[in-house]
Design a protein around this ligand. Structure first.
Ligand SMILES: C[S@@+](CC[C@H](N)C(=O)[O-])C[C@H]1O[C@@H](n2cnc3c(N)ncnc32)[C@H](O)[C@@H]1O
Length: 282
């Protein structure tokens, strides 16, 4: 079987599931993964026969796509701020919105202009913590998560990307005392009410870790309140809290932070949605 033939067979299998433009782009990634051919070689090699092993891998990956597995979990990697991170089903796939949160923290740290202590709560793949360390090499960065498996992946990414970070395995909902005070606490915590699960894309609800996504319906701001309480004890004087938020929770989180004696401001993402909050104690 040639590359051209396997392309036709995968397109046939997935054409009802994935639109043609997206499918072309996914195919390009799969072919590169299986054959190591770049996009130009993929054209040149169209009539080259594939090995048994390559055909087996193509069949396996296309079945996974048919079963809604995200391409990032199939390939074991995702891009964040122009850098490739390893991912598996224990960590959330990093999202572009989160890149804008990192940019805001970097902007703030550059204005302060001295080495800061930064903590990323709910670090997952480590994408926030590692990006901060790479952008602000003089700052000390810690990454915290409840999940040992997520931390294992974050550590791997930090080694691959040569970022020195302190990792903390802790459940922040369980009376945490952190080892330090911090100038910045940043978090993209779980924030999707459980009731929204049934309307979510299969790729997300069937593959991404529930612990990274969902909060109880009756307490959707659980993590924001808990992290703000923690920040009251653990933020250094003039310390700042940065949150990623669900676009329709902005007002509720601003009210919550106001009641907890924080000044807070909201920022929109590049799609114009309320997506990030910065807060400091009054
Ligand atoms: C939305 S994900 C964010 C992952 C990563 N920071 C990112 O932006 O892609 C939330 C993370 O919070 C972690 N988490 C959930 N509950 C937690 C808890 N009680 N204590 C600490 N971390 C928790 C999850 O394991 C997950 O990695």
């Amino acid at each position: 079987m040639t590359l051209a033939e396997i392309k036709i067979s995968i397109k046939e299998l997935l054409r009802k599931k994935i639109d043609a433009i997206e499918l072309n782009s996914l195919l390009g990634m799969l072919i590169e993964e299986v054959t190591s051919w770049n996009r130009v070689q993929q054209v040149v090699e169209l009539n080259t026969p594939l090995t048994e092993l390559q055909i087996k891998k193509f069949n396996e990956y296309s079945q996974e796509l048919l079963n809604d597995k995200p391409i990032q979990y199939i390939l074991g990697k995702a891009w964040f701020m122009g850098v490739s991170y390893q991912v598996n089903e224990h960590v959330l796939i990093p999202r572009p919105e989160t890149e804008e949160l990192v940019e805001w923290v970097v902007e703030y740290a550059n204005i302060i202009g001295k080495p800061l202590q930064l903590l990323d709560i709910g670090t997952g793949s480590g994408c926030i913590a590692i990006s901060l360390k790479k952008a602000l090499p003089l700052c000390s960065v810690s990454g915290l998560d409840i999940s040992a498996e997520a931390l294992e992946m974050a550590k791997k990414n930090a080694v691959l990307l040569n970022a020195s970070i302190e990792w903390i395995e802790q459940d922040i909902l369980n009376n945490v005392v952190l080892p330090n005070t911090y100038d910045v606490i940043v978090s993209n915590p779980p924030y999707i009410p459980m009731r929204e699960k049934e309307n979510m894309q299969e790729q997300v609800k069937n593959y991404e870790p529930a612990i990274a996504l969902f909060v109880p319906n009756e307490d959707p701001l659980l993590f924001y309140r808990t992290i703000a309480q923690l920040a009251k004890k653990q933020l250094a004087p003039k310390g700042q809290l940065f949150f990623e938020i669900h676009y329709d929770q902005g007002k509720a989180i601003l009210n919550l932070l106001d009641e907890m004696h924080f000044h807070a401001e909201i920022r929109r993402d590049s799609f114009g949605k309320n997506r990030m909050i910065r807060a400091s104690l009054k």
